[in-house]
Design a protein around this ligand. Structure first.
Ligand code: PGA
Length: 243
C-alpha cells in the first residue's frame, strides 16, 4: 500500500500565503500526498503542483437543502476534492461532532464519491485511565454501524491522540504502532479486507520524527497539521513516507 501524507491546514492561510506555500511543494511520486484546505481556498487550489490531491476539513452529513453554513460532499467534489477529514478532535471537542454525526458525515462523503479521512483518538485523561482501546473502539463502532463492511473498506482512518495534536509531543512510535495494530485488528473483525485501508498517524508529526513513526507496521502515512504549513517541513515528511 502506498503511504498517504495529508496536510491539514486547519483555519490557516490567505490567498497570498497559500501561493508562497504552494511554490515550495514538489511532487513525491513514491507517496500519495493531499492538502486539506479551508473551504474558501478550494478554488485557489484548483491550480496546484501535480501529484497533490485536494481535500477539505469537514463536510455536511446532509446532501443539500436548508442547512445554513454547511458544505455538501457534492460541492467538494465540484472543486476536485478527493478527500475530506471527518471527526477531527477539534470538531468533536469544539463543534459538537459526536460519534454518530462523524459516521454520518463519512457516509455522506463516501456516497458522493469522496474518501473520508476519519479521525479517532483518546484524550490524555482517557489514556491515563487506561481507556485508549475502549474510546477508539467506541468511535470506530459508530462508523462501522452506519457504513457497513463494504463502505468501511473504502475510507482512510487516522489515529490522532488528542494530547499529541499541536502540542509538540508526538506519540512514540511504539504507542502509535500499538494502537494502529488494534485498529487493523478491528477492521479484520468487521470483515474488511484490512490491507486496503490506510491508517494514518497524526499528532505533532515533524521532519525529525516522521521516519520513525512511518517505519512502524500498520502506520500507512500521516495527517500533518502545523508542519504542513511550512513547505520544507511538509516535503521532508512526505519524503520520509516514501522510503
Ligand atoms: P499537528 O496537528 O500536526 O499540528 O499536531 C495534527 C492534526 O490535528 O491533524
Amino acid at each position: 500500500m502506498k503511504k498517504l501524507v495529508a496536510g491539514n491546514w486547519k483555519m490557516n492561510g490567505s490567498l497570498a500565503a497559500n501561493e508562497v506555500l504552494l511554490a515550495g511543494l514538489r511532487t513525491v511520486p513514491e507517496v500519495d500526498v493531499a492538502v486539506c484546505v479551508p473551504y474558501p481556498y478550494l478554488a485557489q487550489l484548483q491550480r496546484r503542483p501535480s501529484g497533490f490531491e485536494l481535500g477539505a476539513q469537514d463536510v455536511s452529513e446532509f446532501a443539500e437543502g436548508a442547512y445554513t453554513g454547511e458544505v455538501s460532499a457534492a460541492m467538494l467534489l465540484d472543486f476536485g476534492c478527493r478527500y475530506v477529514i471527518v471527526g477531527h478532535s477539534e470538531r468533536r471537542a469544539r463543534f459538537g461532532d459526536d460519534d454518530l454525526t462523524v459516521a454520518r458525515k463519512a457516509l455522506s462523503a463516501l456516497s458522493a464519491g469522496l474518501v473520508p479521512i476519519v479521525c479517532v483518538g483518546e484524550t490524555l485523561d482517557e489514556r491515563d485511565a487506561g481507556e485508549v482501546f475502549g474510546v477508539i473502539t467506541r468511535q470506530l463502532a459508530a462508523v462501522g454501524e452506519v457504513l457497513g463492511t463494504a463502505w468501511l473498506g473504502r475510507l482512510v482512518l487516522a489515529y490522532e491522540p488528542v494530547w499529541a495534536i499541536g502540542t509538540g509531543r508526538s506519540a512514540t512510535a511504539a504507542q502509535a504502532g500499538e494502537v494502529h495494530a488494534a485498529i487493523r485488528s478491528w477492521l479484520v473483525e468487521q470483515g474488511v479486507d484490512a490491507g486496503t485501508v490506510r491508517i494514518l498517524y497524526g499528532g505533532s508529526v515533524k521532519p525529525d520524527n516522521a521516519a520513525e513513526l512511518f517505519s512502524m507496521p500498520n502506520v500507512d502515512g500521516g495527517l500533518i497539521g502545523g508542519a504542513s504549513l511550512v513547505a520544507d517541513d511538509f516535503m521532508a515528511i512526505c519524503r520520509a513516507a516514501g522510503v
